[in-house]
Design a protein around this ligand. Sequence first.
Ligand code: SAH
Length: 230
Amino acid sequence: MAGQRQALKPDADGGAALASQRVREKMAERIRQQGVRDARVLQAMATVPRHLFVDAALASRAYEDSAMPIGHGQTISRPYIVARCAELLLAAIPRHQSATVLEIGTGCGYAAAVLAQLFGTVVSVERLRPLHELARENLRPLRLPNVRLVFGDGSLGVPGQPPFDGIVAAAAGAQLPSAWLAQLRNDGRLVAPLGIEEQRLVVAHKDAAGRISQRTIEAVRFVPLKPGTG
Ligand code: SAH
């Protein structure tokens, strides 16, 4: 898939100053200082033009480390958290270039574009139709053939898919849906926020025998995982 990833066109908007490689490299350096050390992840963060995923009125702040509204009560995740989740997933998937990962909660599509730099195939599911369509629009100029967007309730995973090598969730529920663990292949890893008021990022590992173990990484704040579609 290496050839396909090169298809990314960071200056698809005509090369506005905001799109400059340097601004993104500064953001990646900040993320490194925040503790994300995987060079492949930092490279992906320095490559994907985040300003193309936020409203034009917010584009001048696109490389700050903050979540921002994307409409419909949802947000684009902080760059740090996108990088941290990608790093946790990558660490468990040695053959990442041929791996298929599932993202729950596409939102505007930014994290899917980052994951597409790192993994063979990214399937990303979103429950709100307008955001599913927004992500499609946002991703189009980047020409990432290895991203597949799905409209549906991601708390059910994406039925009918082969088991995923990794799953990452961008929305938090009180527990990890059993469908996610069922759709994770043995020796696969799930990275997800857990909790309602107080949330923490957890990593669940499914061992070769299918047993699940779980550990907590850090406190986080994500939008809620909601049932159904809208
Ligand atoms: N990945 C995004 C984060 C978007 S916020 C980024 O790159 O910034 C999380 C998204 O999860 C929201 O768009 C929300 O609508 C979606 N979501 C919440 N519950 C969901 C569910 N059950 N299935 C799919 N998406 C869900």
